[in-house]
Design a protein around this ligand. Structure first.
Ligand code: AMP
Length: 281
C-alpha cells in the first residue's frame, strides 16, 4: 500500500494510474477504522482497479470543539486494517496541507437537504462536509466514491452536490454495518464508557420497533412513542427522532404510496452523540 500525505504526490501517483486506464474507487474517512469502513473498501475493491482511502479528521465539519479534540486517532492500526483488505493507496494529509492558513468552509446550497435533521443540530456541518468532499474529489478524481448509509443525510447531500455541479464521479451508498448487538459501528463507539456501551443497542431496538409500527401507525404517533421510550430510559437522551422521505429528507406528514421513508435518530450517550437510521417499508 502506498501512503501519501502531500497532494502533489498522491496526484502524481493517480495520474500515472489513470494514464494506464485504471479505474479509481475512493473511500473518504476520518480514520479510527472499523468493519463498517472496511465494508465500503471491500465493495470498492470489487468494482475498481485501484482503491484510494483518505484519512482526514476534517475540522470544518465539527460544531463541537470537544468532539474534534477527542476524535479517536489510531493510524497504526488503521494502516494494518487497510493492508488486510488490500487497499492500494492511503492519502493522509495534515490540516495545513488541505486548508493552508484558511480553515473555513465554502457555503453550499443543497436544495434544503442541509436544513433537515443533522443540519438543525450541527451548525455549519454540511458546509464542512461539502468543502472537504469537493476538495478530496478534486485531488483524487475518482470514478466512483463510496459512502455509508450510516450517514444517510450526508450520502444524499453528496449525491446532490455531484448532480448540481455535474462532477464526473458516481456515488455509491453502502448498507450500515452493525455490531452483533445491533449498534451501528462508529469510530465514536470506542469513547463510550461500559455503561453507555451496554445501553447503546437500545437505539437500534427502538428503530426496529418503529419500523414495525410504521405498517399500521402514523409518523406523529410513532415519534411520540419513541420520545416517551427515551424519556423513560435512565442513560440515553434523545436529540431527535424523525420519519422522513428519503429524497427530500422532509418529515413525513402522511404516507404516500410511491415514496420511500426512513426513520432517523440522534441520541446522546453521555457526551457522545450517536446517530442511526432504518429503511421503512
Ligand atoms: P467516518 O470515518 O465516520 O467519516 O466515515 C467514513 C465513511 O464510512 C462514511 O461514508 C460513513 O458513512 C461510513 N461508515 C461509517 N460507519 C459505518 C457503518 N457502521 N456502516 C457503513 N458505513 C459506515
Amino acid at each position: 500500500m502506498k501512503i501519501f500525505d502531500l497532494k502533489k504526490d498522491v496526484k502524481a501517483c493517480l495520474l500515472n494510474l489513470k494514464t494506464n486506464h485504471k479505474t479509481i474507487g475512493f473511500v473518504p474517512t476520518m480514520g479510527a477504522l472499523h468493519q463498517g469502513h472496511l465494508s465500503l473498501i471491500k465493495k470498492a475493491k470489487q468494482k475498481n482497479d485501484v482503491v484510494v482511502v483518505s484519512i482526514f479528521v476534517n475540522p470544518t465539519q465539527f460544531d463541537n470543539a470537544e468532539d474534534l479534540k477527542k476524535y479517536p486517532k489510531t493510524l497504526e492500526n488503521d494502516i494494518k486494517l487497510l493492508k488486510s483488505v488490500a487497499c492500494d493507496v492511503l492519502f493522509h494529509p495534515t490540516v495545513a496541507e488541505i486548508y493552508a492558513a484558511n480553515i473555513s468552509s465554502e457555503k453550499f446550497n443543497f436544495d434544503g437537504l442541509e436544513h433537515q435533521m443533522e443540519g438543525k443540530f450541527r451548525d455549519g456541518h454540511f458546509n464542512g462536509v461539502g468543502t472537504i468532499v469537493k476538495t478530496l474529489f478534486e485531488i483524487i478524481t475518482p470514478n466512483k466514491a463510496y459512502f455509508g448509509e450510516k450517514d444517510f443525510q450526508q450520502l444524499q447531500i453528496i449525491k446532490k452536490m455531484v448532480k448540481k455541479n455535474n462532477l464526473p464521479v458516481k456515488i455509491k451508498g453502502c448498507a450500515i454495518f452493525r455490531e452483533a448487538d445491533g449498534l451501528a459501528m462508529s469510530s465514536r463507539n470506542t469513547r463510550l464508557t461500559e455503561d453507555y456501551r451496554n445501553a447503546a443497542p437500545f437505539i437500534y431496538k427502538i428503530l426496529k420497533k418503529a419500523k414495525k409500527k410504521f405498517g399500521t401507525e402514523n409518523a406523529t404517533k410513532i415519534t411520540a412513542w419513541v420520545t416517551k421510550k427515551f424519556k423513560e430510559h435512565p442513560l440515553l437522551e434523545l436529540e431527535y427522532f424523525t420519519i422522513a422521505e428519503e429524497k427530500t429528507l422532509e418529515t413525513a406528514i402522511k404516507k404516500e404510496k410511491n415514496k420511500k421513508y426512513r426513520a432517523f435518530i440522534a441520541v446522546f450517550a453521555g457526551r457522545i452523540r450517536l446517530i442511526d437510521n432504518i429503511r421503512l417499508k
